[in-house]
Ligand binder design. Sequence first.
Ligand SMILES: [Zn+2]
Length: 71
Amino acid sequence: MPIYEYRCKRCDAEFEKYVPGAATAVLCPTCQSGEVMRKLSVFGLRTTGAFQASAAAGDGGGCCGGGCACH
Ligand SMILES: [Zn+2]
């Protein structure tokens, strides 16, 4: 079950919320603001595109990334 950590942009409160679906509205429990951002969790880090991109860049290794005929 996905439980995410959030931070409210308005009052800086941090809270956790169970979110059964992406369309679920998340409101700050302190000020009821909808302006909250989800913090990265351990679960989220596994699927982040940035991590995969950096791993792929490290694999490139060549002088030009394989885009030319210099190899
Ligand atoms: Zn708030």
